[in-house]
Design a protein around this ligand. Structure first.
Ligand code: NAG
Length: 191
């Protein structure tokens, strides 16, 4: 995001990097933000407070624990940042225009905030070309295989644009088609 900011700055755009507060007190994360801000004085940094978990969410999807939630579903955590993001963008929009919201791919839920406020949004996906090729084709391959990748043995998988590979070489989350993170990921990739 900092590298991308440089590109926007060279085109005369002002940039604010909005970071979601880490769920547990993390000096590493705070230090990283402080260091990035110090090294990039022409970029604004804004840390969004993370509201407590929504207790009205049914238990099946609610996150466990308070404060020290497991990072099992990063999407649920980031979804909670929508309200403070909306407040922050409203406060900015009161006195300035916002040309675009550039979102890390894990922050796809913020697309709803962008739509609500009429701000154009883009997803910034910093993968290798191979990872992007596999990810984009994954929903098609999953439908074709019609089973969890972890259950199909050692037969080579063929994805356009990359050499054949075995299902065991996929990330662990992708081996079980009922894995929650994999399902959310697939829903994003299926558009
Ligand atoms: C997928 O597999 C299930 C059994 O696990 C089967 O009932 C279903 O018809 C299959 N779907 C397709 C599209 O082949």
């Amino acid at each position: 995001m900092v590298e991308l900011s440089g590109l926007f700055l060279r085109h005369g755009l002002a940039v604010t990097i909005v970071v979601v507060e880490p769920p547990a007190a993390s000096t590493d994360a705070s230090t990283a933000v402080a260091r990035a801000a110090e090294a990039n004085p022409s970029v604004n940094f804004h840390v969004l407070p993370l509201p407590p978990p929504d207790t009205t969410v049914p238990p099946a999807t609610a996150e466990q624990g308070q404060g020290q939630e497991p990072p099992r579903d990063p999407f649920a955590l980031l979804r909670r940042a929508n309200a403070p993001l909306r407040d922050y963008l409203r406060s900015v929009l009161a006195s300035a225009s916002v040309r675009a919201l550039v979102l890390d791919m894990f922050c796809v839920d913020a697309l709803d905030v962008a739509a609500e406020l009429g701000v154009p949004a883009y997803i910034f996906y910093t993968s290798s070309a191979s990872s992007l090729a596999v990810s984009l084709h994954m929903p098609h391959k999953q439908a074709e295989v019609n089973a969890s990748f972890g259950d199909i043995g050692d037969a080579p998988l063929f994805f356009p644009g990359v050499p054949p590979f075995r299902s065991t070489e996929l990330p662990d989350n992708a081996l079980d088609r009922d894995n929650q993170v994999y399902r959310i990921f697939s829903a994003i990739l299926s558009g």
